[in-house]
Design a protein around this ligand. Sequence first.
Ligand SMILES: [Zn+2]
Length: 356
Amino acid sequence: MNNEQWKRPKFLPDPLKGAGQKVKGLRVLFAIALAAAIIFVGIYWLRHRPQQIPTPFVTQGRLQIYALDVGQGDSALIITPEGKSVLIDAGPPQAADEVAAALRKRDVRSLDLAVATHPHADHIGGMRQVIENFGVKNFLDSGKDYPSMEYKRMQLAIEEKGIKFIPAKKGMKFDLDSGVGLEVLNPQGNDQWITEVRRGGSVENANSVVLRLGYGNFSMLFTGDAETETEDLMMKSGVPLRAQVLKVGHHGSRYATSVRFLEAVAPEAAVISCGADNRYGHPARQTLDRLLKAGVKVYRTDLNGDIAIVTDGNTFEIHPARQSIQVALAGFDRRFGHQRVFTMALAISRRPLLAR
Ligand SMILES: [Zn+2]
């Protein structure tokens, strides 16, 4: 048959018509799928990336403070320039292994001082494991009894190991080394407890051991779960409150960190220890607003992971394990959920781009 003479019958469709549009549509679809894949892989990597990152800062000859990411709870490790160490709280029971690992990671084999700010489980949960696996020389707590099995077991472990038990009292000072000092600001001592708290408040929180760490011109305040009653009492009693860094009281609860207290402490930076999406809504919007208004830079263990503070006694640096770009991405991921982002991208790519 002669091809030149052959004519396409009307009922057969033209195979070339609309091909350009189809190719263009496929390209858009491919670009969207690729973008979705990159976002998906990026989020997956952020979640599952290796956690062993080399220490990005100099620790030699400096005072180091680590706010450990223990979920909903508190735990802070202090290491002095000469290697003395203090642990303030040990997180909830489920973080016991993490606290022990954090100590080992920093070559801490024994603690010069362990502190239980107050006997709630999110602060002493990992303490028994610490006592049993590390040498503890001195143990400090408020000295107020608490009827829980966990607290009893912790006391028993302290006794069994023959650890020196010290009930905290305002004005007590611990000289660590290289001029690093730790001063007790609360409780008042001599059985003078705060007994009246707000409705729904806690006497244990109110009688938290509050400590001020000092090294040269640097100071940091550790407030346990103290709320406004304790803050007011400390301001009235005239204890030194000024500090460059504030470990925010009660995981950022709205009943702690009042405007007055922030004025007295005048911190440059604040650390909030709380679990992601915790059921208490910590940290409270109001507290974050107060910190923001006071011009305080805020770090959070739920977003930043472990937070390291290093100082030579003059200047200090804060090194969060997760940086702001990762925090922003994680926030994006939390708000939308990576599966939802993926299905959203798929849904958009399935829209009838081919037909105009
Ligand atoms: Zn707590």
